[in-house]
Each structure stands twice: as structure tokens, then as C-alpha cells.
Design a protein around this ligand. Structure first.
Ligand code: FAD
Length: 432
């Protein structure tokens, strides 16, 4: 985009829409409009306030945490004047499917030689993975997926430097990233590391390792980010993740227009110049406005339904798969909830689809009275979906099995989550 006076339409007031507007504003574009169909900013970052013992605090029903590698989030934080140093500490424990506490990464508790041996193997393979990602898969950590299926990389590297670096190059090994993550680990002799990646990947709703191309796993949970997760050096926000985007929105010259849904997009024919006509619906009805540029931050397979999608777009967007990630904030009878977050490891395989995989206990000082968010996936490529109602029922039973009977479910939702393409479509160059 070259003309700073271009009129630019941004569809969606979630993190991507608000960040886009911030970047445009920083570059001097003055004429952008954000349309958001809901009555709130933040999209899947949603941090409702709940009163416990007479005090209202933020809880999370969407994004919870970030890490030092979240460069773009940090830029928005700085723009918004929001910090992450006063958020609650992340704490966790592990359970099996019977609810029993387990210690999979602690060699001294429940000591056995086989456990010791497998932890040593895990440590060796972790080191190996870090090394091969830096050498054999050099360039894997660039933001974005373009070129990867052709063995090329170009873009901002996700390194730890404050100043992000543009890198580019050719590396045919990157083609391996189209493989499902379990196969990628197998060909590299690092299968054990899946035990580490499983928690912050599958239980956080990003899918199962036999269906997800390794690129999605390694680009999101690159080795630096994974190590931050292991060591619990994570960012959280006192007022909730949503507060970052609400504060950033207030700093924009043109804050998002809420309760305004984009219902139609008409672009000039391919190769022709002209305005983009956007029809929006709000309380006063429908109206059509003209723009020079369009930024879409909403699911592209949905876009194909309300916009003038071209044949190639229809075909490509029709290949997008998403996860069905269910979560709710659970309220427990007095003193009967968890006191720390828990990973239920046995439930992170697709034969346990629909079961609770993780629960998040946010405020340590609220002990067993803290409402906690419970999460499950109900779809897997090649398996039948578990119905929404059965998923909710199983999640509640799992919490009871862990010793935490649920009194009430607050803020229940299913998210359109982690849009991606299959290993085959990835390898066939979908992104290119
Ligand atoms: C349960 C859960 C836990 C998560 N945990 C984490 C975490 O710990 N850390 C992390 O980094 N990320 C986490 N995430 C992911 C994070 O929330 C998303 O990556 C992020 O919200 C994506 O931002 P986005 O702007 O691309 O999309 P969205 O957040 O989905 O925003 C899109 C916006 O577009 C609006 N919209 C859609 N269609 C239209 C239309 N036609 N017209 C106008 N507006 C429209 C929607 O209402 C929405 O506000 C989590 C998400 C969920 C659901």
C-alpha cells in the first residue's frame, strides 16, 4: 500500500484488527475504519469480570498468556500503555484420567529406573531438537508460512532480539514441516519431545500431532517459546488479555465501530482499478461504503461466504480446517474447587476427544474458591466429532473425577480455533 490517504477497511476488532490499525497509524495512514460485529473489542481475547468474596476481578475465557517471543503483542502493549508484570503467576500440576496427581517430569517423586531413563532420553532429544531447528531447519521460525513448502524462508525471524530481523534464504529441509508433527519427530529421532509440546499445544486447542503439519507446531511453539513454557516464564495481564486490545483501541485515531457487521464485500474485477464496496449492518440498518484497500482479519472460509470470493479463493478457503475448542468458566461449591491449574495428560489423545484436557486456576489467593476455566477439543481429522452437549457433560464429569464438582458454568463457548490446512494441502503449496 503506498498512498497514505487511502481509505482502508479492516474487518474485525480482535487482536489482528486492532494491531493492523496500530501499524497503519504508526506508518502514517490516516484513513482507516475497523468494523467489529460484537459489542466488545478483543475477539477471542475475552476477560470477563467476576465477583468472588465481594471483589470483582478479571478471569479468562479466551487467551491467557504470552511469552518473551510475542513481539507483536509486546508492540501493542507499548502502544496501549499496558504491562504484563502485574498479572497472576502461572502455576500447574499434572493428573491422569482417574484424577490422580502424577509427576511425569519429576525424577525423584515416584522414582523408578525406567522413569529416570525416559527423562534422560527426553532431555537428550530436547537438546537435539533445539540444535536441528537452528541448523537443519534454519529459517523455520520466520513469521508466516509462505515458501516453506518449496524449501524457502523469508520474513521476520522470531529470535529473542528486541530488533526483529528480516531474514531470507533457501533451505530444502523446511519441506519436512508439512509432515504431521508426530512424523516430523519420528524422522528426526525426537519422538519423546512430544510429551513436552503436548501440554501447551494440544490442550491449548491447537489440535493433535497426527493431523497438524509440524510447521504450525514449530512456528507457534518454537523451541525458545517452548522453553519459556517449561520454565513458566509467562506473561499474564492483571485486567485480562482483552485489556491490551481495549486500551490499544482507545489510543487509535479511529477506534473500532462496534455492533457493526460486514455483510457484503464487492471488489473490482481482477486486474481492474476501482473502489471496494463494503456493506455493513448496524442498529440503523444496512449501508454501503467505498474503500481503496481491505484488510480481512476474520476467518477466510467465512469471508468466502459473504464476500465476492473468486473461484480460486473459494477453492483455497474451502480447504481451511479449524479446531472446535470448547471452554467454560466453572464455579464450584464453597472451598471445593482446584487451588492450582491442572493438565490431565491422558485426555490429550484423540481417543479421549471431548474430555477436559486442562483447567486454569487464575488467582492463587482465592484458593479453592477461584472460578476456573476448563478446556476440551471435540474434533479430530479422521474421527467423528463429539457433540457439543456430550463434550460439556464429559468435561463436568472429568472435573468431578478430579475432586472438583461444578456448581455452575459461567461464560460457556465454542471457538472457531486454529485455522489451518492439512499436511497434504500444506505440502502442495497452499500458502503460495
Ligand atoms: C479458549 C482460548 C484460549 C486461548 N489462549 C491463548 C493464549 O493463552 N495465548 C495466546 O496467545 N492466544 C490464545 N488464544 C488465541 C487468541 O485468542 C487468538 O489467536 C486471537 O484472538 C486471534 O485474533 P484475531 O484478531 O485473529 O481473531 P479473533 O480474536 O477471532 O477476532 C476476530 C474478530 O472479528 C470479528 N468479526 C468476525 N466476522 C465479522 C464480520 N463479518 N464483521 C465484523 N466483525 C467480524 C469477531 O467478532 C472478532 O471480534 C486463545 C483463544 C481461545 C479461544
Amino acid at each position: 500500500m503506498s498512498d497514505l490517504n487511502d481509505r482502508i477497511c479492516i474487518i474485525g476488532g480482535g487482536p489482528a484488527g486492532i494491531s493492523s490499525a496500530m501499524y497503519l497509524q504508526k506508518k502514517g495512514y490516516k484513513n482507516y475504519v475497523i468494523y467489529e460485529r460484537q459489542n466488545k473489542i478483543g475477539g477471542k481475547c475475552f476477560s470477563p469480570k467476576i465477583e468472588v468474596n465481594g471483589e470483582k476481578r478479571s478471569y479468562e475465557t479466551g487467551a491467557i498468556m504470552g511469552a518473551i517471543t510475542y513481539h507483536a503483542v509486546h508492540e501493542v502493549e507499548q502502544f496501549a500503555g499496558v504491562g504484563h508484570d502485574d498479572g497472576p503467576n502461572m502455576r500447574r500440576m499434572y493428573r491422569d484420567k482417574t484424577g490422580k496427581e502424577i509427576h511425569p517430569f519429576e525424577p525423584k517423586i515416584d522414582f523408578s529406573f525406567s522413569k529416570m531413563f525416559s527423562l534422560l532420553k527426553l532431555k537428550r532429544q530436547m537438546k537435539k531438537l533445539v540444535k536441528i531447528m537452528e541448523t537443519k531447519y534454519k529459517g523455520y521460525d520466520c513469521y508466516g508460512h509462505r515458501g516453506v513448502a518449496q524449501g524457502r524462508y523469508s520474513g521476520l525471524s522470531k529470535g529473542l532480539d528486541d530488533a526483529l530481523q528480516m531474514i531470507e534464504g533457501v533451505n530444502p529441509n523446511l519441506k519436512d514441516l508439512a509432515l504431521p508433527f508426530d512424523q516430523f519427530c519420528k524422522i528426526n529421532g525426537v519422538e519423546e519431545v512430544m510429551r513436552i509440546w503436548l501440554g501447551p499445544y494440544t490442550s491449548f486447542g491447537y489440535g493433535y500431532f497426527d493431523e497438524i503439519p509440524a510447521a504450525y507446531v514449530m512456528k507457534y511453539l518454537d523451541t525458545t517459546t517452548a522453553i519459556e513454557f517449561i520454565n513458566m516464564r509467562l506473561w499474564t495481564w492483571k485486567e485480562g488479555t482483552q485489556s491490551i486490545y481495549e486500551a490499544a483501541n482507545k489510543k487509535l485515531d479511529h477506534p473500532a465501530l462496534l455492533n457493526t457487521e460486514v455483510v457484503k464485500v464487492e471488489r473490482p474485477a481482477e486486474g481492474e482499478k476501482g473502489k471496494i464496496r463494503i456493506t455493513v449492518k448496524d442498529q440503523s440498518g444496512e449501508r454501503t461504503e467505498e474503500f481503496d484497500q481491505l484488510i480481512v482479519t476474520t476467518p477466510l472460509d467465512h469471508f468466502a461466504k459473504y464476500a465476492d470470493a473468486r473461484e480460486e479463493e473459494k477453492e483455497l478457503f474451502g480447504k481451511i480446517i479449524h479446531e472446535k475448542y470448547v471452554d467454560f468458566i466453572a464455579k464450584f461449591p464453597e472451598n471445593q474447587g482446584p487451588t492450582i491449574s491442572g493438565y490431565i495428560f491422558d485426555n490429550m489423545t484423540y481417543d479421549r476427544l471431548g474430555h477436559a484436557m486442562v483447567y486454569y486456576h487464575r488467582w492463587e489467593d482465592q484458593k479453592a474458591n477461584c472460578p476456573s476455566t476448563v478446556y476440551a477439543l471435540r474434533n479430530h481429522m479422521g474421527s467423528a466429532d463429539v457433540s457439543y452437549d456430550d463434550t460439556i457433560r464429559m468435561m463436568c464429569e472429568d472435573m468431578k473425577t478430579c475432586g472438583f464438582p461444578i456448581e455452575e458454568r459461567l461464560y460457556e463457548q465454542e471457538s472457531y480455533y486454529c485455522p489451518h490446512v492439512s499436511p497434504k494441502d500444506y505440502a502442495d503449496g497452499w500458502y503460495d
